[in-house]
Design a protein around this ligand. Structure first.
Ligand code: P6P
Length: 336
């Protein structure tokens, strides 16, 4: 840039947190500690992934994680980095991680938050250089909590925040504290997330559908038929929808936040409850999508955030993205 183009008044993540704290009741200072710990974890994981691609850490460890997926070294590293950062924050009491069969409880006595996360979501794509990410939901502990699963087996509407970091060509962070969505990009030289989308809003409609059609043999007939309707010329512009599917939820949703469209992972005969996890994939993404003006529902057209898990690794079907595109699905299944 020429000197006059330089922005000399950057809004870093810490500054954003301080400026936002004033609008969030009751979370004075505590939330800052949580978000700073999250920001550090994302920076550390981002650096580790980029280093790993150089020193070829992405090989298979030969172990499997709690969800039975083949575990890659980076999954293990990302999980350790994340858990250590939350423990060190002093304000997080417990962590639910896709990589951990059981919830992890810290001995932070005056802790006030519970975090659920997928440390490296989409990791099966890592070798191919596809963008992967870390997805998190944030709950405040219930009054009188001693740090049990009751602190997270709650309705999605009880989340106080949600975010994801996407490790692509750049590292992006989308964050909501219940007052809209803010988008940040990591400046590697400063080591700071810089605010670039103060009030990110999803386009209300975009003819893009994002779904793994390789599962269509196992879908309910109604879902096969609905997806077929998207392939016909549409009344609004006489064109069919375009198909875009990366297979990494963070990458597919990041495109949806910026371009609009419909992302779906319906249940099928092999995954009768869907594939995506409620606490650390569907819930956080649903909160972000709704805060950005979109919609997030399950196969039955029920709002994702109104669901309540009975187990920390429970799954859900998801249809989420631009309001008008999700409405097409809701109309098709008679929910609108
Ligand atoms: P499929 C990655 O493993 C993941 O959990 C999400 O990131 C992604 O949306 C989905 O699974 C992809 O699943 O069956 O299409 O490969």
């Amino acid at each position: 840039d020429s000197l006059e183009d330089i922005n000399t008044d950057l809004v870093t993540l810490p500054r954003y947190i301080i400026e936002t704290q004033q609008s969030i009741k009751g979370a004075k200072g505590d939330f800052t500690l949580v978000l700073n710990a999250l920001g550090f974890a994302f920076k550390f994981i981002s650096q580790t992934i980029r280093k790993a691609e150089l020193i070829n850490l992405v090989g298979i460890t030969g172990n499997t994680n709690s969800t039975g997926d083949q575990q890659k070294k980076l999954d293990v590293l990302g999980d350790e980095i994340f858990i250590n950062a939350m423990s060190a924050s002093g304000i997080v009491k417990l962590v639910v991680s896709e990589e951990q069969e059981n919830m992890i409880v810290f001995h932070n006595n005056d802790a006030k938050y519970a975090i659920c996360c997928d440390p490296i979501d989409g990791s099966s794509n890592l070798d191919a250089g596809v963008s992967v990410g870390t997805i998190c939901s944030i709950f405040r502990l219930l009054p009188g909590s001693t740090g049990s699963t009751a602190d997270v087996l709650r309705q999605g509407t009880e989340m106080v925040g949600a975010c994801y970091a996407m490790y692509g060509a750049s590292t992006h962070l989308l964050l909501t504290l219940g007052n809209g969505v803010s988008g940040f990009t990591l400046d590697n030289t400063l080591g700071e997330f810089i605010l670039v989308h103060p009030e990110l809003k999803l386009p209300s409609q975009r003819s893009i559908y994002s779904i793994n059609e390789g599962n269509s043999y196992y879908w309910d007939k109604e879902i096969v038929e609905f997806i077929e309707t998207l392939k016909q010329p549409q009344s609004q512009d006489g064109k069919p929808y375009s198909a875009r599917y990366i297979g990494s939820m963070v990458a597919d949703l990041h495109r949806t936040f910026l371009y609009g469209g419909l992302f779906a992972y319906p249940s099928d005969k092999r995954n009768p409850h869907g594939k995506l996890r409620l606490l650390y994939e569907a819930f956080p993404m649903a909160m972000l999508v709704e805060q950005a003006g979109g919609k997030a529902v399950n196969d039955q057209g029920k709002r994702i955030l109104d669901l309540c898990p009975s187990h920390i690794h429970d799954k859900s079907s998801v249809w989420m993205g631009s309001n008008d595109d999700v409405d097409k699905y809701l109309k098709y299944v008679g929910k609108l």
